[in-house]
Write a protein that binds this ligand. Structure first.
Ligand SMILES: *Cc1c(COP(=O)(O)O)cnc(C)c1O
Length: 212
């Protein structure tokens, strides 16, 4: 299977209202161009340096999403062009994005990352903090909270994964507005389950590009 075949068969299997973010971390420009030429325009990266290099080298109509943990001191490198930041996991980060967006005369769309997994290592706010984060964000004029993002536990136990997706969907429904309407959940191993549980944005890497 080639990258374009993988991409096309995934796209054909998706309901029409699901946004596919092709996660291209560690993948070459050639690999990205193969997906791009097959029609994919939204790519996700998890490292600032890689994101900056790929932005510089690849077509300018690509929408670049930052999906990995973002250090506050690195926001300035992506503020000019990043399309959506999925991984807002602290208020200080949100304030820094706001500041750098202002300096670039932009409004940057953000998702608030929610910690839903059992693993301690996953970043994100607790479920209980989310209404507070959203209300704090209202005073920041150069960011726009567009929704929530979560990463389920890495496990074969689908019941556990479903429980976590269900939790995030309930939270999403509680905070949803016209503006807060993106629910980013689901990766290669669990995106069909995520869609069943109300995801409308999936982040798929290895099923498109092969194992890293
Ligand atoms: C790597 C990554 C993905 C994609 O993972 P695959 O299992 O390769 O689909 C999705 N979301 C985040 C946050 C990631 O870091």
């Amino acid at each position: 299977m080639t990258i374009s075949n993988n991409l096309i068969s995934i796209k054909e299997s998706l309901p029409a209202d699901i946004v596919l973010v092709a996660v291209s971390k560690h993948k070459s420009n050639n690999a990205i161009m193969e997906a791009y030429c097959a029609g994919q325009k939204i790519f996700g990266e998890n490292k600032v340096q890689e994101l900056v290099e790929k932005y510089a080298e690849l077509p300018k109509d690509i929408e670049w999403h930052m999906i990995g943990h973002l250090q506050t001191n690195k926001v300035k490198h992506i503020a000019l062009f990043v399309h959506l930041i999925h991984s807002v996991d602290s208020l200080s980060l949100l304030k820094e994005i706001d500041k750098r967006a202002f300096q670039n005369n932009r409004i940057i769309d953000c998702l608030v990352q929610v910690h839903i997994a059992k693993e301690e290592s996953k970043f994100g706010f607790s479920v209980e903090q989310i209404p507070w984060v959203i209300s704090e964000a209202k005073s920041l004029e150069n960011i726009r909270i567009r929704g929530l993002m979560g990463i389920a536990t890495m496990t074969e136990n689908t019941q556990q994964i479903e429980k976590e997706f269900h939790l995030l969907k309930n939270l999403f429904d509680a905070v949803k507005t016209d503006q807060i309407n993106i629910l980013s959940m689901g990766m290669s191993n669990d995106y069909p389950l995520a869609i069943l549980h109300g995801s409308n944005m999936i982040r798929v890497g290895s099923s498109i590009f092969g194992l890293r």
